[in-house]
Design a protein around this ligand. Structure first.
Ligand SMILES: *[C@@H]1O[C@H](CO)[C@@H](O)[C@H](O)[C@H]1NC(C)=O
Ligand SMILES: *[C@@H]1O[C@H](CO)[C@@H](O)[C@H](O)[C@H]1NC(C)=O
Ligand SMILES: *[C@@H]1O[C@H](CO)[C@@H](O)[C@H](O)[C@H]1NC(C)=O
Length: 447
């Protein structure tokens, strides 16, 4: 019964189904076009003076970068790639870094003296750090400046310091501050962005620079972020008055490498959906905490929340708030989100960015200004506030490549089932026709 033409029919059906499946999945993938957030060219009117903001300060969130540190991982041909030049070890906070945060802590004490009692209590403040040595140590140095022991808190007259708790979560479990908890939908968005024609064009534009860095550093530098790491090592060595190799002097501090390094800070939150998955959980926590504070639901009823983190955290938060101007956030750079309550009991939020020793000015929140009502603020940033982050991080099969989703196997099984059904029904049809034919021939024989 299964002659050659039957097999051919099944093979054709299989081919047609296969092509249809591939086409529909292809379209499914192609239709998913990311929308690009602009990280450049936001015009912000420079307020000439620290505006006197309406209302009384009730709560502040502070997010800062750690202080001065040693290089994370020098490049293979680096003449300074030796622990003897960096006695504290790689990626560690230096004494200068401790000093920077001690000073910032004193500055924060002055700014927030209306929120904090002069003596430490866990009912005023909560401090969270990423689980990294330099951010934990920066938080502690900062708190040394913020809470110099007073009166009865002096526990040892020779030590002008008291312990203050710093909380942390292992990086891989931290979806809030380190933002390193697994999020497959985010990884997919990032890969899609890197593969986009816009990014490919950028890679073509900087191809020569990247291959120059690769050839001379002894390390493959194929992405803007890898170029940024290299720039950062050179930046630190320069800061420490170490002579750079001639090849490095030719690119370091020049427009191309500086641009690429700064641009790399915009990549993690380049699209609004990437910002939502990367920074959304932190922003959501911050906005919800403002709301809880307002409704006396914060227990204990604290007034200051400090986050100790990284340059990427600073860039990601600013970019998600559409307030990032391309630059490399310096040591101890500090974002402040402050809530004031005015006479009519309206909560107003202002955002400050302190990245120099100058007094920071409030930033112009897009479409809401320097003093933004909390309700409006939440609306302005609705697009980056996840409703259910864990669910949003899961990827539908339509977002996956064939290999990842094992669609090859899934499609194969589907095609096999459909083919079996088709062939079975065809076989049945042939069988009934034959029976009919046999009946016919028997009649004819009778004739
Ligand atoms: C590097 O040199 C400058 C200028 O001489 C000096 O001010 C600075 O302290 C030096 N930096 C270090 C880390 O030695
Ligand atoms: C890259 O180098 C520039 C100097 O050209 C420096 O200002 C910037 O901070 C560096 N970026 C990083 C991430 O180190
Ligand atoms: C400070 O922040 C502003 C605004 O984002 C930026 O334009 C500038 O380059 C930054 N300066 C430093 C030293 O980081």
């Amino acid at each position: 019964m299964w002659n050659h033409s039957h097999q051919l029919c099944c093979a054709k059906a299989l081919l047609v189904i296969g092509v249809l499946c591939v086409l529909s999945f292809g379209i499914g993938n192609a239709v998913h076009i990311p929308t690009y957030g602009s990280s450049e060219g936001e015009t912000r009117p420079p307020p000439d003076q620290l505006a006197t903001l309406p209302g009384e300060l009730k709560f502040a969130h502070v997010i800062f970068r750690h202080g001065d540190r040693t290089p994370l991982d020098p490049y293979p041909t680096d003449p300074w790639n030796n622990r003897k030049f960096w006695p504290t070890g790689w990626g560690q906070l230096t004494n200068l870094g401790k000093e920077q945060h001690y000073e910032l802590g004193k500055w924060l004490r002055n700014r927030y003296k209306s929120l904090l009692g002069s003596r430490y209590t866990n009912e005023d403040i909560f401090v969270q750090s990423t689980d990294v040595d330099r951010t934990l140590m920066s938080a502690q140095s900062d708190l040394a400046g913020l809470y110099e022991p007073q009166g009865d808190d002096i526990w040892n007259p020779r030590i002008d310091w008291q312990p203050v708790p710093v909380h942390t979560v292992p990086e891989k479990e931290d979806s809030i501050l380190a933002a390193k908890a697994s999020c497959p939908a985010y990884d997919y968005e990032l890969a899609t962005l890197e593969a986009s024609s816009e990014f490919q064009a950028l890679y073509v534009r900087y191809r020569e620079l990247l291959s120059y860095l690769t050839q001379n550093s002894g390390r493959l530098v194929k992405s803007f972020i890898e170029a940024q790491y290299l720039n950062n090592t050179l930046f630190i060595e320069k800061l420490y008055n170490m002579t750079l190799p001639v090849w490095a002097e030719k690119v370091y501090g020049k427009e191309e490498l500086t641009y690429v390094s700064n641009f790399a800070f915009s990549i993690a939150t380049f699209t609004r959906s990437m910002a939502r998955l990367k920074t959304g959980p932190l922003l959501k926590d911050i906005f919800e905490r403002f709301d809880k504070k307002l409704n006396s639901q914060l227990k204990p009823d604290r007034s200051l929340w400090i986050y100790s983190a990284h340059d990427t955290t600073i860039a990601n938060v600013l970019n998600s708030l559409k307030l990032f101007e391309l630059h490399s956030p310096p040591y101890a750079a500090c974002i402040m989100l402050e809530m004031r309550v005015d006479d009519s009991n309206t909560p107003l939020v202002s955002v400050f960015y302190k990245n120099t020793t100058a007094e920071p000015l409030p930033l112009d929140i897009p479409g809401c200004g320097l003093s933004c009502p909390l309700k409006t603020l939440v609306k302005v940033y609705q697009d980056v506030l996840p409703v259910n982050w864990e669910r949003e991080c899961k990827r539908s099969t339509m977002m996956m490549t064939y290999e990842e989703a094992n669609l090859g196997a899934a499609t194969g099984i589907l095609i096999f089932i459909i083919t079996v059904l088709l062939c079975a029904s065809y076989g049945l049809m042939v069988y009934y026709r034959r029976r009919h034919y046999n009946l016919y021939t028997s009649y004819s024989q009778m004739a």
